[in-house]
Design a binder for this molecule. Structure first.
Ligand code: PLP
Length: 498
């Protein structure tokens, strides 16, 4: 089974654990405020009061007024809604959206969809750290633009954009401005009135609040169409019985923003220490994040010559969580659009990792991570072979010396048949069945995209298996390379290791 290893969480930009004070408030609501907030009797009114308090807490944290705060299921919903709404109501003379190449996918993907539907989309260039230049926005604005959408802080690089100046420029031309502020909150001061934006989005789970709840700030007077019809919740704009405990958790998390900001200098010092010790372990390291104009906790680094999936898997094996892209894209197998957006080649992007810290990251955590990276860089990590999809042809599959170990999750297996002659083992529980695996054969670990397989491959290596490889790009890549073989034999002679 798994050894208990030290855990070092360096993926704060993906999500944060719920703070104890927030958990207490949520538990209190679940326990004491069961009423439907829309109901006219006391239980309902009490629940509604809890929501009103949360709205006031959110408003205070971002310097908005409570009526400018709309609770959503998260920032993705808010981002989607603002872009779609503005596009849907734009007059025929203003059918152009201006956004950047480094937005979160909940903006990026919607902009691409809208472009397919006929909206004209201008993608602003960014510098090599992902920063938008005010003069580049000025150069593309005219009276055909309906919305400018630009994030305040980038999730992968931490780069801060000059949103105040960008919004002012848009307003000079009567153009609405939306800023995704998810990664800025709790790291730098976010004052929506000072920024001068019309719409801003936030997410509770990035600031030690619960998942599944967020905030759309809508400046008083800015248009907002209904998200969901069928009820009077959120001032008739987003129907559906409120998730009272989540909303209260969101308010409690926003109430801690000042506390988080007070700790920002500590976080920045830890970030500098981490960078310094990692440089000691690998002097040729390249900073993708800028050294100033960056949120204090985010460090995106390129490790030249090292495949990020391998280093990620090695760190994971030792209890260290880092990211090779945004949380949402880590499974996708494609390099991050943010990194390619700042001009990196796919190969360079696949050498990059994001480490995002909190004030809980200790000096000894930093020393531990730097030591692991040093061991990996010096080649002291157990070597696994990388097997390309092209190599695994029918002869390879039928060769008795090879043992294809399929570690996909059950749900993934339902979507795609396994490789012929493969052996299925549960990813989450593979440690239980290690004694059933043939140590004398070449074990090739296969997952959907090549990410999970790295973790299992390193685990096998560290448990003394001599010949271990992993299928680069996973089953998706193998199917693309061997379409005919897949159609003829996929799913045949598959056995379950048990
Ligand atoms: C910059 C940014 N915007 C939006 C989101 C989406 O937030 P949510 O998970 O609340 O939908 C994220 C989360 O990764 C993010 O980092």
């Amino acid at each position: 089974m798994f050894r208990r290893v030290r855990q070092v969480y360096l993926d704060v930009n993906a999500t944060t654990p719920v703070a104890a004070a927030v958990q207490r408030r949520m538990a209190e609501v679940l326990d004491k405020y069961p009423g439907n907030p829309s109901a006219a009797y006391r239980l309902g009114r009490e629940a509604a009061t809890q929501i009103a308090q949360a709205r006031a807490e959110v408003a205070a944290a971002i310097n908005a007024s409570p009526q400018e705060v709309v609770f959503t299921s998260g920032a993705s919903e808010g981002n989607n809604h603002v872009l779609r709404m503005i596009a849907a109501h734009a007059p025929a003379s203003r059918r152009r959206l201006v956004t950047t190449a480094i937005e979160h996918s909940s903006v990026h993907a919607v902009a691409e969809e809208l472009a397919e539907q006929g909206l004209s989309v201008t993608w602003l260039p960014v510098d090599r750290h992902g920063r938008v230049r005010v003069e580049d926005l000025a150069a593309v604005l005219d009276d055909t633009v309906c919305l400018v959408s630009c994030m305040l802080a980038n999730n992968e690089l931490g780069t801060i954009n000059p949103v105040r100046a960008l919004a002012a420029l848009a307003h000079e031309r009567g153009i609405a401005f939306h800023a995704d502020c998810v990664q800025a909150l709790g790291k730098i001061a976010v004052d929506v009135h000072e920024l001068g934006v019309d719409y801003a989005t936030f997410s509770a789970h990035k600031v030690f609040g619960p998942k599944g709840v967020g905030v759309l700030y809508v400046r008083e007077g800015a248009p907002l169409s209904t998200f969901i019809s069928g009820g009077q919740q959120e001032n008739g704009r987003r129907a559906g019985t409120e998730s009272t405990h989540n909303i209260v958790g969101c308010g409690a998390a926003f109430a801690r923003v000042e506390e988080l900001l007070a700790k920002a200098p500590i976080v920045a010092a830890r970030r500098a220490a981490l960078l310094g010790t990692l440089r000691g372990a690998m002097p040729q390291l390249i900073e993708n994040s800028p050294s100033d104009g960056v949120v204090p906790n985010t460090l995106n680094l390129r490790f030249p010559g090292i495949r990020n999936a391998d280093l990620l898997a090695f760190l994971d094996l030792h209890g260290v969580s880092v990211s090779a892209g945004s949380a949402c894209s880590a499974q996708g197998g494609k390099p991050s659009h943010v990194l390619t957006g700042i001009g990196m080649t796919e190969a360079q992007a696949q050498e990059s990792l994001r480490l995002s810290l909190s004030s809980d990251t200790s000096d000894s955590d930093i020393a531990y991570v730097a030591d692991l990276v040093g061991r990996f860089v010096r080649g002291e990590a157990p070597a696994i072979s990388l097997v390309s999809p092209g190599q695994i042809d029918a002869a390879f599959i039928d060769d008795e010396r090879n043992f294809m170990l399929d570690v996909r999750l059950g749900v993934e297996r339902r979507f795609m048949k396994g490789m012929p002659n493969s052996h299925e083992i549960p990813f989450l529980d593979f440690g239980r069945w290690l004694d059933r695996l043939p140590r004398a054969r070449n074990i090739v670990v296969v997952c959907s995209t090549g990410v999970d397989a790295s973790i299992v491959a390193y685990a096998l290596k560290s448990r003394g298996f001599a010949n271990v490889g992993l299928l680069v790009g996973g089953l998706w890549a193998w199917r693309a390379a061997h379409g005919a073989l897949y159609r003829a034999r996929a799913g045949s002679k598959v056995t379950v290791v048990s």
